[in-house]
Ligand binder design. Structure first.
Ligand code: GRF
Length: 207
């Protein structure tokens, strides 16, 4: 039985699309049960609906970048109602705090377009270019209250070229994001991920 995913989005949704495609082709042991966006016009919602996946906008009811209050309760309730086993952040531009994190402890993943712990936060690809690193990449990690600091599940490295633009580097990283996010979800679905002392042990589960 595939596990059920709840995917939170804010934007164009290429990671969501990759997850849906791999799920439909049974390349991962997971299916997308619900997509929730904090932006009513996110293209990710259109992608979900076109794939026949339930998708909804839930108003975050705040200008702050944090999901909190009644909106936080609503997100939790809808995810629980859909019996979601894993919450995947896929370009979701809100910070998750205490209650949400506790409800889904070690059951929330995020994809970040850099090799954490380098270049946390926004515009990670631009940060990498500005710093002149020769390699960057993508990281899938569990989400904790400390933004982009949760235990690392998988990483992929890409070269950074001297004539790279933010766009060209982002494109190279995105291909790796799609690959390792699916892989991390599949490992989780098969019970292969265990968090010990803030580190992820792969193959340490009961799957
Ligand atoms: C990706 O680069 C992801 O790493 C970051 O937000 C972006 C979302 O892209 N967290 P998309 O909406 O999945 O295309």
């Amino acid at each position: 039985m595939p596990i059920k995913l709840g995917v939170l989005v804010s934007g164009r949704g290429t990671n969501l699309q990759s997850i849906i495609d791999k799920s439909v082709s049974s390349l991962i042991a997971a299916e997308v049960a619900i997509v929730i966006s904090d932006k009513p016009n996110a293209y990710a919602l259109t992608r979900a609906r076109e794939a026949g996946v339930p998708a909804m906008y839930i108003d975050p009811r705040t200008d702050k970048p944090i999901l909190t209050g009644e909106a936080e309760d609503d997100y939790i309730r809808f995810l629980k109602d859909c019996h979601v086993n894993l919450v995947c952040l896929a370009g979701f531009m809100r910070i998750l705090k205490g209650k949400f994190i506790r409800e889904f402890k070690w059951k929330i993943m995020n994809i970040h377009p850099a090799l954490l712990p380098s270049f946390r936060g926004l515009s990670a690809q631009k940060q990498a270019l500005d710093r002149g690193v020769r390699f960057s990449g993508a990281t899938v990690h569990f989400v904790t209250e400390n933004v982009d600091k949760g235990p690392i599940i998988l990483q992929a490295v890409v070269p950074v070229y001297q004539d790279d633009t933010e766009e060209s580097l982002s494109k190279r990283i995105l291909l790796e994001e799609h690959r390792i996010y699916a892989e991390a979800i599949d490992l989780f679905a098969k019970g292969q991920l265990e968090v010990r002392d803030n580190r992820v042990i792969i193959g340490g589960g009961n799957g």
